[in-house]
Design a protein around this ligand. Structure first.
Ligand SMILES: Cc1cc2nc3c(=O)[nH]c(=O)nc-3n(C[C@H](O)[C@H](O)[C@H](O)COP(=O)(O)OP(=O)(O)OC[C@H]3O[C@@H](n4cnc5c(N)ncnc54)[C@H](O)[C@@H]3O)c2cc1C
Length: 462
């Protein structure tokens, strides 16, 4: 295929906006079609900030787009998990062991707005809002769009289409049958609901104070379910309750204010005074579903590609959905360099290298739900975590804890998953019958690691 001049992107969410900046920088004329109205300058529905954890893979892609200087102003470092135990005590577990091994809380809305503005102001990118993509004729390169205000439908042609229209992607739903591919969405039987810990009293500088530790991701792990909280810049925290949909301790069981109040009092003592609008918010806010999308292939000839949640939505427990989507963008740019903008070669290669990685992070994200809501308080888990850090110190070119490989490095997810399995086996052997790190047999550790874990560059994507 000759290099296309125009690229059409469906969806100006996190991934579509970043991709438009990166493609604009390469000289493509980009048009984004977005279903929602422009969110800039408009108060959000709830007026509240919903935040996300940003980590190394996402930061790398944002830096590639030249946006990190601006994005940095939005970030709050989270140095580890602050566990709120059932006895009311708090316990801090660092995520990494170097000062830079932290993840960052960032407002979804602020980040999205920043990227849209960067695309429109600095690059040949046009965003057309309130345009819902309805159907695609891939053979004749035609889209049907509907204006959500006027309800008017119209046709528009495209040269190359990139679908970044999220987990319910219309682009995916058109592309997969058109290529005779396969797609499955698997929903978790746990849902989520967002709540808020407001800022405390205003300090001398006029800013709201934080009512709990600012630089941490807070978790109230309760076995089958959990509550988490991430800090916002205004002193508030966005709180998310993850709970089974049905059964004894479930969303279905929390039918009225008294039951809800009692449930929080029993399970999350101390939070009732932090979440003053609990009852009002709980019954007003949407109960969100969580799921994993697996589909193949991700492209149609040399005409279309899906990426981000559109091709691989995952559950949020590793904080990697956006980061993985951002890595899709940086990897696409790497391949455009490698194949000299030949999209006919780039699309199948992108599908070949990214799909196994998306499957791997989907599995790790599912596993991490159990880690967060339950294993974190298990002494054996904590011993393995401590030992993992010690092995990383002693054998840094071979052993890096799996969490760190995913969050602080850029080794492909599939490789992190494979090495993680081997490392888990080694840790299991070393802590068998052992209660503290001083009793671990480090000579055995060295020989197992040298035998089973090859030296790799943990910061290379492939
Ligand atoms: C509770 C929760 C917590 C999360 N926490 C994290 C986290 O900490 N870290 C992390 O990395 N990830 C996290 N994620 C995942 C992250 O939100 C997603 O991976 C990310 O938003 C994907 O970006 P996207 O651009 O692919 O899709 P989206 O952000 O969903 O954007 C899709 C865009 O397409 C538009 N659109 C949809 N349909 C159409 C259509 N037919 N026509 C035109 N436009 C359309 C939408 O309006 C939207 O703007 C979390 C997810 C959830 C649910």
């Amino acid at each position: 295929m000759k290099r296309p001049k125009n690229i059409t992107i469906s969806g100006a969410g996190l991934v579509g906006s970043l991709l438009s900046v990166l493609l604009g920088k390469r000289g493509y004329e980009v048009t984004i079609l977005e279903r929602r109205p422009d969110m800039r300058g408009v108060e959000s529905d709830s007026g509240r900030s919903i935040n996300l954890a940003l980590s190394s893979r996402g930061i790398y892609a944002l830096a590639m787009a030249g946006l990190m200087d601006e994005v940095e102003k939005l970030l709050i470092p989270m140095r580890g998990r602050m566990l709120h135990l059932e006895n009311g005590e708090q316990e801090f577990m660092p995520y990494g062991q170097r000062p830079d091994e932290v993840i960052y809380s960032v407002s979804r809305r602020d980040l999205n707005c920043l990227m849209m503005t960067a695309a429109e102001e600095a690059e040949p990118v046009q965003i057309i809002f309130s345009q819902k993509l309805e159907s695609i004729d891939f053979r004749n390169n035609q889209l049907v769009l509907r204006d959500v205000f006027t309800d008017h439908a119209r046709q528009q042609s495209f040269e190359l289409l990139i679908g970044t229209d999220g987990a319910g992607s219309r682009t995916r739903r058109a592309l997969i049958p058109a290529v005779g591919g396969q797609s499955a969405s698997e929903f978790l039987d746990h849902d989520y609901k967002e709540l808020e810990i407001p800022a405390g009293a205003v300090d001398a500088t006029g800013n709201g104070t934080y009512q709990i530790e600012r630089e941490a991701l807070h978790i109230w792990p309760r076995g089958d379910y959990m509550l988490i909280a991430l800090p916002n810049q205004d002193g508030s925290f966005t709180v998310t309750l993850f709970l089974p949909r049905t059964g004894r301790n479930s969303f279905e069981a929390l039918t009225d204010r008294a039951t809800l109040h009692d449930f929080f009092e029993r399970n999350f003592p101390g939070t009732l005074k932090l979440i003053p609008d609990l009852e009002a918010d709980f019954f007003a806010n949407t109960q969100g579903r969580l799921g994993t999308v697996r589909c193949a292939p991700w492209y149609y000839e040399d005409k279309a590609l899906i990426l981000g949640d559109a091709s691989h939505a995952i559950v949020p427990f590793h904080g990697q959905g956006m980061n993985c989507g951002f890595e899709d963008c940086s990897e696409l740019i790497r391949l455009l360099d490698e194949f000299d903008e030949d999209w006919a070669r780039v699309l199948p290669e992108f599908d070949r290298i990214r799909r196994p990685n998306a499957h791997a992070i989907a599995e790790m994200a599912l596993e991490n739900y159990v880690t967060m809501r339950s294993s974190v308080v298990d002494p054996k888990f904590q011993l393995k975590k401590e030992l993992g850090f010690e092995l990383e110190k002693r054998f840094p070119d071979r052993f890096v804890p799996r969490y760190s490989m995913v969050m602080f490095h850029r080794l492909p997810y599939a490789e992190a998953f494979r090495r993680g399995e081997t490392q888990q086996f080694i840790l299991g052997e070393l802590v068998d019958g052992v209660d503290d790190i001083a009793s671990v047999d480090f000579a055995k550790a060295e020989s197992m690691i040298n035998e089973r874990l090859a030296i790799v560059d943990f910061d290379s994507p492939g």
